[in-house]
Design a binder for this molecule. Structure first.
Ligand code: SF4
Ligand code: SF4
Ligand code: SF4
Length: 263
């Protein structure tokens, strides 16, 4: 039965990324059909070619800002949206796009494209919140479809979406997994924000940190633990930078502990 109340106008946009977070939403299938009964989804390139100029009640943005055109686009979306949500690691921490930070971008461009004079890209990738005000963040590479549903449900019912301010280890222990660190693996679970349900450790793989830093992450202790397990300097740096090279909470402590100038 219709309440006569207009449904909130919702848009999903992508900047530079693999679009895997939008794919995760498309994969919600039945849940997505339920959601569509409660919102007016006007822009979702994974599901429809329709476009909508705004304004939006809620706008989700995945991907990173990698050039001036994307920066302009992000600012327009901010102006056009009551609630702006950064979605996925590319948007919340820079994600894999930020691996370039502190490195020689010209060398990277040349090794990928050869003559790269036509490639116009920023040398440094920052989280979206460094460019515009962001109201909420959904972490992960990709995000969790379940978290997306919980988040949207909270918004639609007027509740404040719950932030998970604890580490992946908490979810891992709740699943009664055997800790992989005891078996010599290098796991970023102690310093990574929960939300994925300890997906990787539950499958026997160490956490690589894609949900980004948990508040007050003790990175220096984690580095010490990795070193005690015989991890090389290069391996430690690579692990910390895979998804979080622009996460200040990680990089500051990594720089100090390992005395790395270029970070
Ligand atoms: S966060 Fe990961 S899955 Fe999502 S768009 Fe970026 S690279 Fe793709
Ligand atoms: S396996 Fe990783 S996430 Fe699980 S308890 Fe051990 S350190 Fe934490
Ligand atoms: S366990 Fe770590 S790497 Fe795996 S999905 Fe969760 S946060 Fe990402």
């Amino acid at each position: 039965m219709s309440t006569g109340k207009p449904k909130p106008v919702v848009a999903l946009y992508g900047l530079t990324c693999c679009a895997g977070c939008q794919l995760e939403i498309l994969n919600l299938e039945d849940d997505l059909l339920d959601i569509l009964g409660h919102i007016n989804l006007v822009q979702f390139r994974m599901g429809s070619s329709a476009t909508h100029p705004g304004p939006y009640d809620v706008c989700f943005v995945e991907g990173s800002v990698t050039n001036e055109a994307e920066l302009t686009r992000l600012k327009e979306l901010r102006e056009n949206s009551k609630i702006l949500v950064a979605m996925g690691a590319c948007a919340t921490t820079g994600g894999v796009n930020a691996i370039r930070n502190g490195r020689n971008i010209e060398e990277f461009k040349q090794s990928v494209y050869g003559d790269a004079s036509h490639v116009n890209t920023f040398p440094q990738i920052l989280p979206l919140k460094s460019h515009v005000k962001i109201d909420y963040e959904l972490q992960g590479c990709p995000i969790s479809g379940q978290e997306f549903v919980e988040f949207l449900t909270a918004l639609l019912t007027g509740a404040e979406p719950r932030e998970k301010n604890y580490a992946v280890c908490v979810e891992c222990r709740m699943k009664e997994n055997v800790c992989l660190m005891k078996e010599g693996e290098l796991c970023l679970g102690p310093i990574t924000r929960a939300g994925c349900g300890a997906l990787c450790p539950s499958l026997g793989f160490p956490c690589e940190g894609c949900w980004g830093p948990v508040p007050q992450a003790n990175v220096e202790s984690e580095i010490d633990m990795f070193s005690q397990k015989g991890a090389s300097f290069d391996l430690v740096v690579r692990k910390f930078r895979m998804f979080n090279a622009s996460a200040e909470e990680f990089m500051k402590q990594l720089k100090r502990r390992l005395n790395i100038e270029w970070l």
